[in-house]
Design a protein around this ligand. Structure first.
Ligand code: G6P
Length: 604
């Protein structure tokens, strides 16, 4: 989703801005632009549809010298992807980049048009540029003009404003979309994500909701939503990331799939010590009577899986809901409820809004299971369980998902202690988690067979994924992965639900993927498999050998290493990730940055 980078320095900043944009590419975007104030006090602006590289090529042909500049990657919301709609937007001497959505932009646009302002784009952002230009006529400083402008805006924004008459200043404002200020020596930076600035600084201050900051080469002055000066402490970042490093892998997604044994070991570090679970960091959850999980996308599937664990192993009632639904419906909060948000990025707008709403609704505690330290969800939740998966660049989430599942299993154990979870079952969880990184490593050996299997999917237009019990959300995740990156329409069904509709779709053109660990439901699942075979469907079954599912006509069976049922949802995710990856590679799609999708969805 949209990315922002800005700089105020003595040196030329355009390459810093472009490198920052490249580091934000993984978030998904459709156009990019940059504006720099040159030494003569003119505003140089270049924008391009498509990749940041196209913008970099344009800059190579038409250099943009100057020490103060702003840059942006746009993911279209208002107005099609086009050069005219790309940021920065300009009004007179003012240039603006903006993330988020201005909800009252139509009213403001009408008002500005009536005052003679001419619009050159279809974006909501352009109203900000004109408003700042207008307010600057009535205010002495750019800071005051931006403060006046934001009082007119409804919706979400992270924005950076520059004025070509002042090459030592940018004004930034945050409301709903994250912004971080980077500290250099005699220079300062701003970005929507600290990853963008890691080549130039490791010292960051996160702006809080409602903050406005005036940033010059020598100073950063932050004001709160009442325009009062506030301190936002700058801290050294611990994030390690080199967006340029795919190592030996062709795509980030494949690299991230292969990182899962290590990522899971990192999640478990200090939490699984000498085969014992150490759950102290989760505090006392003995009062909790109900768990409400909120998330989006892949993270929602992690939540769906956790519901099976939390109710079965911990004996605690658990609901799971998509954040964009939860936030707009009236729900009933039971006493002593724990709200759990799950998010790779910690910045997903709907999940964040749901957390804020939940805090008003009287949840006893809020916990986030998250991968990005310092993100909004981490900062605004009472507790955070960090997944420590490392930076995930591929838009399709892989290691973030399996580490979320590990975190959720730890949460299940913490909830279950003193309740339904006896010590033998806790020992079973600890043992299963101890062996999990090794098992995942083994599952990765299926890669070559899955690559061959993928050829049979490349020409298909639809696919069905089936699972039962805690494998049903894994089937959902498998279907999501396939549609996200290969653009094949895929749906997941709880296998028992087949006969209530989807059986009508079965024919030789419809591949059906089944996840079949050796668990209590395997005999039921076999009956569902027979229902499909009897109707001529092509089956691809990922099965535990002990499940005794043998290849037959129309049915291929891939052996998955044997594991404890409890961690089977985590293990069976692997072959489905590999399957969608190889299908996408064969189809030649943009695996790491699939069309129309964004890594971090910071607008609702
Ligand atoms: C986007 C991403 C998905 C992700 C979802 C939720 O749709 O493309 O991969 O699962 O957002 O993101 P979060 O960061 O909250 O886990």
């Amino acid at each position: 989703m949209c990315g922002i980078v800005g700089a105020v320095a003595q040196r030329d900043v355009v390459q810093i801005l472009l490198e920052g944009l490249k580091r934000l590419e993984y978030r998904g975007y459709d156009s990019a632009g940059v504006a720099v104030i040159n030494p003569a006090g003119e505003l140089g602006r270049l924008r391009r549809l498509g990749k940041v590289q196209a913008l970099a090529d344009a800059v190579a042909e038409q250099p943009l010298p100057g020490g103060t500049g702003i840059a942006h990657t746009r993911w279209a919301t208002h107005g099609e992807p086009s050069e005219a709609n790309a940021h920065p937007h300009v009004s007179g001497d003012i240039a603006v980049v903006h993330n988020g959505i201005i909800e009252n932009h139509e009213t403001l646009r009408d008002e500005l048009k009536a005052q003679g302002y001419v619009f050159t784009s279809q974006t909501d952002t352009e109203v900000i540029a004109h408003l700042v230009e207008r307010e600057l006529k009535n205010h002495d400083t750019l800071l005051a003009a931006v403060m006046a402008t934001r009082s007119l805006l409804e919706g979400a924004y992270g924005m950076v404003v520059i004025d070509r008459n002042d090459n030592n200043r940018m004004i930034v404002a945050r409301s709903g979309s994250p912004l971080v200020v980077g500290y250099g020596i005699g220079e300062h930076f701003v970005a929507s994500d600290q990853l963008a600035l890691l080549p130039v600084t490791r010292k960051f201050a996160f702006l809080e909701e409602g903050d406005v900051a005036e940033i010059s080469r020598d100073a950063v002055q932050v004001f709160d939503s009442n325009n009062q000066p506030v301190e936002r402490e700058a801290k050294e970042s611990t994030v390690e990331h080199d967006a340029g490093d795919k190592g030996e892998f062709r795509h980030y997604m494949l690299k991230e799939i292969y990182e899962q044994p290590q990522a899971i070991a990192n999640t478990l570090e200090g939490r699984l010590v000498a085969d014992q679970l150490n759950l102290d960091a989760l505090g006392d959850l003995s009062d909790i009577e109900q768990v409400q999980i909120i998330a989006c996308g892949t993270s929602y599937h992690a939540g769906m899986t956790a519901r099976y664990w939390i109710e079965q192993l911990a004996g605690v009632a658990c609901n799971v809901e998509i954040a964009s639904e939860f936030r707009y419906r009236q729900s009933v909060v039971r006493p002593n409820s724990l709200l759990v948000t799950i998010s790779q990025s910690g910045e997903t707008a709907d999940t964040l809004a749901a957390l804020r709403l939940a805090k008003e609704q009287g949840f006893a505690k809020t916990l986030t299971i998250c991968n990005v330290p310092g993100s909004s969800l981490v900062r605004e939740s009472d507790m955070a369980l960090m997944t420590r998966a490392g930076a995930e660049i591929g838009v399709a989430s892989t290691k973030a998902f399996t580490t979320q599942l590990v975190g959720l299993l730890l949460l299940t154990a913490a909830l279950g202690r003193g309740r339904a979870l006896d010590s033998a079952t806790e020992k079973r969880i600890a043992d299963a988690l101890t062996h999990l990184p090794g098992l995942i490593d083994k599952a990765l050996h299926m890669n070559a067979d899955i690559e061959k299997l993928a050829e049979q999917f490349a020409e298909k237009h639809h696919a069905l994924f089936l699972g039962r019990g805690d494998q049903y959300p894994i089937a959902m995740e498998g279907a999501l992965k396939l549609k996200e990156i290969s653009y094949i329409h895929a749906e997941a069904y709880a296998a028992g639900e087949l006969k209530h509709g989807p059986l009508a779709l079965i024919d030789a053109e419809m591949p059906i993927v089944v996840v079949a660990p050796h668990n209590d439901l395997v005999e039921k699942l076999k009956s569902n498999i027979e229902e499909v075979r009897a109707r001529g469907g092509e089956l691809y079954v990922f099965a535990d050998e002990a499940a005794d599912i043998r290849p037959e006509s129309n049915m291929q069976v891939m052996a998955v290493p044997h594991c404890d049922d409890i961690v089977a949802p985590i293990l069976y995710t692997l072959p489905l990730q590999l399957l969608s990856y190889h299908v996408a590679v064969i189809k030649g799609t943009d695996v790491d940055q699939p069309r129309n999708l964004a890594k971090s969805v910071t607008v609702e």
